[in-house]
Ligand binder design. Structure first.
Ligand code: LLP
Length: 410
């Protein structure tokens, strides 16, 4: 199922580097695994497209039957352009402004409101409509401090203790609360976090509080193993526990609700890799620094979250191993993909693959130092296609000049 080294080398030769490669078959596999792990009759997956908005990835996920978790008007228009039906999109922006709310509401997509103040404004503008409410589960977890979302130190969601204030607003304006949502964090490391968060939501999602519920949405956060030492989570076990608790909840609520999740990483992280070319090997006393043709604006997770991404030398897999620092081409000292990595001998012009780069890598990219983003290639049934081209530096600058309204200063 893995994309083999000869195909990766061919991709690097044909499309150049840096290039992201996405394995669409792996995404389909992950989707099926997820559905199997959470066997609820009305399980619904709303893919968190913030992880990877590549058109081929989105289309693949749409064809599997998933919906979309959108967090900005850009996300929303991208999902609509890819053919997702508005009824299969949930809009969960944080700190949304009035014009954004109006723009989104006009598309007919369900809004997921995450503060009392926005709820009041929404209710006032759209009385007697359907709405989803995002609560903060008060459970703190995630694989890095920057991506822990629950707990009262974060900016997300309505506190559980404010449920009566919520009811006062929804009652006054006749809002129909059809869904309750929470998202605890990304890369949940404590096995019980999702169950604890569910219990918190169950405590307020009663018939008395919210008689019109159609679904509960427990967000994303399903951790994938990035490093070789990380033990993969047993999702079959977790799924069985989740389904059992959800089933009990539905019995006490008196209706079989939809069980919704919004995985991002789980579906796409392991399906992606970034191919880079080594252009400089520098021996600095006792360090060997390996310079590549990409950099942190194109894959920021190591620099931003101290994230581990496995690296493979696909040009020389049998080479004699040695210790390397793998760097980018950006004018910042922290521009490192990996430090002290034991890898088969790396030579100039070798192609390295930075693994597990299908989520929050291209999507978090930018053009700092005015280096264009990598190309994106997708592989399906062992065939590779260019999905999005890499601009040349000249094309990038032409684009910027075209967008600049004070061009006549030049
Ligand atoms: N739902 C909501 C409301 C979210 O905020 C997120 C992620 C997800 C679902 C999907 O979470 P996932 O299943 O992908 O863990 N850039 C970080 C991750 C940030 C996640 C933000 N929200 C990283 O690279 O680790």
């Amino acid at each position: 199922m893995k994309i083999n080294a000869p195909l990766l080398n061919t991709i690097a030769k044909k499309f150049g580097t840096p290039t992201y490669v996405y394995d669409l078959d792996r995404i389909k596999h992950q989707y099926r695994l997820f559905c199997e792990a959470f066997p609820w009759p009305t399980l619904k997956i709303f893919y968190a497209m913030k992880a990877n908005y590549n058109i081929s990835v989105l289309t693949t996920i749409k064809n599997l039957g998933a919906g979309i978790d959108a967090v900005s008007p850009g996300d929303l228009y991208m999902a609509l352009s890819c053919g997702f039906d508005p009824s299969k999109i949930i809009y969960t922006a944080n700190n949304m402004k009035d014009t954004e709310m109006e723009e989104v509401a006009a598309t007919g997509v369900l809004l997921n409101i995450d503060s009392l103040s926005r709820l009041e404004k929404y209710a006032n503008a759209y009385p007697n409509t359907k709405v989803c409410l995002r609560f903060n589960p008060g459970v703190v977890d995630g694989e890095h401090d920057k991506i822990k979302t629950g707990g009262d130190l974060t900016k997300f969601g309505i506190l559980l203790e404010d449920v009566n204030k919520v009811k006062a607003i929804t009652g006054k304006y006749g809002l129909k609360v059809v869904g309750i949502h929470e998202h605890t964090g990304s890369g949940l490391i404590k096995p019980d976090s999702i169950l604890n968060a569910m219990e918190q939501i169950f405590s307020i999602a009663t018939r008395e509080n919210f008689p019109d519920l159609a679904f509960l949405d427990f967000g994303g956060g399903f951790k994938v193993a990035y490093g070789p030492d990380e033990v993969p989570v047993d999702y079959k076990l977790m799924g069985a526990q989740v389904v059992e608790r959800f089933s009990n909840f539905c019995s006490s609520y008196g209706k079989e609700l939809e069980l919704r999740f919004e995985p991002g990483k789980y579906l796409t992280a392991q399906a992606g890799q970034l191919l880079v070319e080594v252009n400089t090997v520098k021996h600095n006393r006792n360090r060997t620094i390996c310079g590549t043709d990409s950099g942190f604006p194109q894959l920021i997770r190591p620099m931003f979250y101290d994230a581990h991404h496995t690296i493979k030398n696909i040009s020389n897999p049998e080479g004699k191993p040695s210790v390397y620092d793998i760097c980018g081409n950006i004018c910042e000292t922290g521009d490192l993909f990996a430090k002290d990595r034991f890898l088969p001998e790396i030579r100039e012009n070798d192609i390295l693959s930075i693994q597990d780069a299908g989520a929050y890598c291209y999507a978090m990219g930018g053009t700092y130092n005015l280096r264009p983003m990598p190309a994106e290639v997708v592989v399906e049934n062992s065939k590779a296609f260019l999905s999005r081209k890499r601009l040349t530096p000249r094309q990038l600058i032409d684009l910027i000049c075209r967008e600049s309204t004070d061009i006549n200063r030049l």
